[in-house]
Design a protein around this ligand. Structure first.
Ligand code: 6PG
Length: 228
């Protein structure tokens, strides 16, 4: 068994985005009121882009908000596969503080170490995000924690460089302890392909795949699932 998660299901993109924006205001407003800052870990992939674009159009105090890439492909920041590039473009023309790995240096182990130092400096040691957004891969992965990855067993480091044999690539990612320590964790999910994972996660039956192993000490992760 794994911890049950809270499930919010919406039928349309409009309803999904409306719920996310409302929840963002609540979580972010609380962080700003309590601590004067809002530190948010962002997921990559394709699902969140429309939400990031909606956020960029919303009235929000970006000067008090710091965004962090939660996981990254080992490609330059202008590469079509770069999560940083997708997120930068989605938030444009708003230019929020957006922290990323320096993958252009090509020394990915150094990039992982430098980024770990950065998130500790900005969010505390051990790192603690006010809000952490995660996706669910078609194989049940989350961030760049893939099934069978040794990175799933990392309990000390907050950031690791990991190999993905199935994709023949390397990735940089937050680890499960970072997810566990976040104040609020959301999964952003859409479509029928993700529903089997979502159902298991909501029922606390996700112990055998990475997304289902994500826990949050402060409160159960919330799955924001849109059927379309
Ligand atoms: C990445 C993501 C990854 C993503 C899932 C879901 O770098 O790909 O961080 O964890 O969230 O793969 O991706 P989609 O939203 O494209 O289905």
């Amino acid at each position: 068994m794994s911890a049950r998660m809270t499930l919010h299901v919406t039928e349309t993109e409009t309803a999904w985005l409306g719920g996310l924006l409302e929840a963002w205001e609540a979580v972010g407003g609380d962080a700003l009121a309590r601590r004067g800052a809002f530190h948010v870990g962002l997921c990559g992939g394709s699902t969140p882009a429309v939400f990031y674009k909606a956020l960029a159009r919303s009235k929000w105090p970006w000067s008090a908000t710091q965004l962090y890439i939660g996981d990254e492909r080992c490609v330059p920041p202008n590469h079509r596969d770069s999560n940083y590039r997708m997120i930068y473009e989605a938030f444009y023309p708003v230019k929020p503080v957006l922290h990323r790995w320096k993958t252009e240096l090509g020394d990915y182990a150094r990039a992982a170490t430098d980024y770990e130092h950065l998130i500790k400096r900005e969010t505390g040691d051990p790192p603690r995000f006010d809000l952490l957004l995660l996706g669910i891969g078609d194989d049940g992965h989350t961030a760049s924690l893939f099934p069978g990855s040794p990175a799933l067993n990392e309990e000390t480091r907050s950031i690791v460089l990991t190999e993905i044999p199935r994709l023949k690539s390397k990735r940089l990612t937050i680890t499960l302890p970072v997810i566990r320590r976040a104040r609020v964790v959301w999964f952003l999910s859409r479509g029928a392909k993700k529903w089997p994972w979502v159902e298991k996660m909501a029922a606390g039956q996700g112990a055998d795949f990475p997304a289902g192993r994500a826990t949050c000490d402060a409160a159960p992760p919330i799955i924001h699932h849109c059927r379309l």
